[in-house]
Design a protein around this ligand. Sequence first.
Ligand SMILES: NC(=O)c1ccc[n+]([C@@H]2O[C@H](COP(=O)([O-])OP(=O)(O)OC[C@H]3O[C@@H](n4cnc5c(N)ncnc54)[C@H](O)[C@@H]3O)[C@@H](O)[C@H]2O)c1
Length: 331
Amino acid sequence: MVNIAQIGVGYWGPNLLRNLVANKNCCLKTVVDLSPERQAYVKSLYPQVHVTSSVEEVINDPTIQALVISTPVATHFDLAMKALEAGKHILVEKPLARSVAEVDEIARLAKEKGLTAMVGHTFLFNDAVKYVKKLIDSGELGDVRYIYSQRLNLGRIRSDVDALWNFAPHDISIIQYWLGDPKPISATRQGMDFVQKGIEDVVFMNIVYPKKIMAHVHVSWLDPHKVRCMTVVGSKKMVVYDDVADNKIAIFDKGIDAKAELGKKMDFDNPGFVQYNHRSGDVLLPQINFQEPLKMEIAHYINCILGKETCITGPDHARGVIQILSLECGK
Ligand SMILES: NC(=O)c1ccc[n+]([C@@H]2O[C@H](COP(=O)([O-])OP(=O)(O)OC[C@H]3O[C@@H](n4cnc5c(N)ncnc54)[C@H](O)[C@@H]3O)[C@@H](O)[C@H]2O)c1
């Protein structure tokens, strides 16, 4: 049994809280939030849990072994370092920190203290995302050519981070995971601030990877449609992962194959000369046995603390995501 405290129960925190209370291998002892309204909310739902406004109280509580941090991004680094200094494991909501240098500091201290440092990249615990990973690793899609994602809606406007730092940790962590955490050659972004001055609501990001793979991420909280969709184009097959659809995965046996005609000279000026075949075969909608990703994430965190599993969203993975978000590729 792992004794846990959660810091921050705003918009997202209640989801973590519910899963911590439900997990049989941990005991949620304390919740910290600066807001009296959020404290009252937690007390009304979970009267058995101690609620406080003092981070120091949980940091200095020797009975608490681990923290879940779900506060605004600007507070992540300081809270994470404080917790690690005090010998506590940490699960920090995405993004882990605001720079590669901060991630490296967290990684160094966690290693020195022998503690789990995990970031809440929830989608790596999503069964549809894991299904696509298996498709890619098995070679069924062939060589990955490119991936593009869209995470759009008329969304909750944030003022502490822009749309890229708010939404794209998800897309980038998924793309990095699918590709095996490679080091990108470059990442560039283009965005505009329409709603709040200086905070981009719409961002288009391009990432170029070795082996001639590219990715494109489009995020927006100023869009008429709720879209959570990613497409992987492989040399053999193509797959669409639509997180808001009933059938989350669709595998298309589609592609363009060069028509090899040995000994025949290619004639690009002759329109009647067929050089390529368009392959358009079946579309498969596989059955995905779906479990709540956050439940799986919390279970993984507890198992990592207990030494039963190796963390899949630790500082190494987080570093790759932050490197791309902060356009620090190559460091
Ligand atoms: N995984 C996901 O899908 C997902 C979705 C939304 C948000 N998030 C992440 O969750 C985190 C929190 O986002 P949110 O939307 O819930 O923010 P929020 O602003 O709604 O809530 C933050 C809460 O933290 C409290 N707080 C702030 N500083 C604190 C401190 N020093 N000590 C104690 N409490 C403090 C605030 O009072 C507030 O209740 C962010 O990192 C965000 O990126 C993740």
